[in-house]
Design a binder for this molecule. Structure first.
Ligand code: HEM
Length: 376
């Protein structure tokens, strides 16, 4: 029995067509088995490491992941209406927002990996790429989880102008307005801003930054732009030191960066991070993981961790299914007349039925793993 993903061909900006957690087989429609997703996530991560090493594209991958997740609005209820890390940045209407200028290049870089691993959702690939980029730049280990389900269509693209502006009239109020909408605190805002320790601003994309500086004119990667730090491919607390000291005219400080040392509520954290890299790494990791989970629906619901043992996922799934069935049985049994013998025999029959069903389900989904191995 061979399984085929429902759709694997996609153009940049079309969101990956009907790419989903579903696969077809002669026996009908199945979800990708979490073990297949885990295996492909691990392979995708290895491919991402090669890509990042070759292209030095850490910064743009981090920015891409953030711009997908940062659309979340906690005041809107129900998945996927609230936005967040649901993969919609792949779709043309959202990718073409002014705030996303240049991110099509990151989507193009990820496309071969996306095509190669159909069990990995678009939303997961974006967040996996961002987290891998941070870790490879020397940043903290991020305790991420995966198994995100993609928003079903471009109808769920975020509206324009929901991400922060770099030069608003009142930067502190603006940052609070945007990040509180996502459920973040002042502490999170300052920690997340530290991601600007990586990368550059380019006038032809955001309108900010210089065409080039002594730190960017020869790359690495595509030359040009203005960075916040001298070593803009290294993830450390250099951003806070540079923004605080403002001694290097070649480095960028946006109004929303400067305000971190001007606003009393932000300053306490910004000063701490300038002095204590461990504190920055701890808080950054926590805020980044929170960002990457905004608005997400996971399958399985507890998510998949790259360190999970494959059998753990099967075990958890089976236990969850059995527990749900037994709960249902208990609810029905509670309504039955209290004749002990009848009760016991009903219980045994139902239990045997559930066990048989579990075996049948396992057999029906058995082939998904070999496919994952072939793809990997
Ligand atoms: C606090 C509000 C923020 C504002 C106003 C802001 C604004 C900007 C701007 C204007 C650029 C330049 C883009 C370009 O010209 O290509 C940029 C780049 C970048 N941003 Fe932010 N950003 C914010 C928060 C964040 C957060 C929360 C993250 C990640 C967690 C992040 C990660 C990055 C990265 C890595 C780059 C460099 C991209 C590259 O080199 O291609 N930013 N940001």
């Amino acid at each position: 029995m061979s399984l085929q993903p429902e759709s694997r061909t996609a153009k940049v900006g079309d969101g990956g067509g009907k790419r989903s957690i579903w696969v077809r087989s002669p026996l009908g429609r199945h979800k990708w088995h979490p073990q297949a997703v885990l295996e492909q996530l691990r392979c995708a991560r290895e491919d991402l490491k090669v890509l990042i090493k070759e292209k030095n594209c850490n910064p743009i991958l981090v920015r891409l992941a953030w711009h997908d997740a940062g659309t979340y609005n906690q005041n809107i209820s129900g998945w996927p209406f609230a936005g967040g890390a649901i993969g919609t940045i792949r779709y043309h209407p959202q990718l073409s927002h002014e705030s996303n200028a240049g991110l099509v290049n990151a989507i193009k870089l990820l496309d071969p990996i996306r095509e190669k691993y159909p069990a990995v959702s678009n939303a997961d690939l974006l967040q996996l790429a961002g987290a891998t980029a941070i870790e490879m730049a020397g940043g903290p280990t991020l305790p991420m989880k995966y198994g995100r389900i993609d928003a079903p269509s471009e109808e769920f693209c975020a509206p324009d102008n929901v991400l922060p502006m770099a030069n608003p009239p009142d930067p502190a109020a603006h940052l609070r307005g945007v990040f509180y909408r996502m459920g973040f605190t002042d502490n999170d805002i300052v920690a997340l801003s530290g991601a600007h320790t990586l990368g550059r601003a380019r006038p032809e994309r955001s309108g900010f930054g210089k065409i080039h500086t002594p730190y960017t004119k020869d790359g690495p990667g595509a030359p040009g732009g203005q960075s916040w730090t001298k070593e803009w491919l290294k993830f450390d607390n250099g951003y806070y030191k540079e923004v605080r000291d403002k001694t290097d005219e070649h480095l960028l400080v946006l109004p929303t960066d400067a305000v971190l040392f001007q606003d009393e509520g932000f300053k306490v954290y910004a000063e701490k991070y300038a002095e204590d890299q461990d504190a920055f790494f701890r808080d950054y990791a926590e805020a980044h993981v929170k960002l990457s989970n905004l608005g997400c629906k996971f399958d399985p619901s507890q998510g998949i961790r790259l360190g999970d043992h494959p059998s753990q996922l099967s075990y958890r799934r089976t236990v969850k299914a059995l527990t749900a069935s037994l709960n249902r049985f208990a609810a029905v049994a509670a309504r039955l007349p209290q004749h002990g013998q009848q009760y016991t025999s009903t219980f045994l029959w139902v239990f045997a039925l559930i066990a048989m069903l579990a075996v049948v389900v396992k057999l029906l989904t058995w082939d998904e793993l070999p496919l994952a191995k072939r793809v990997g």
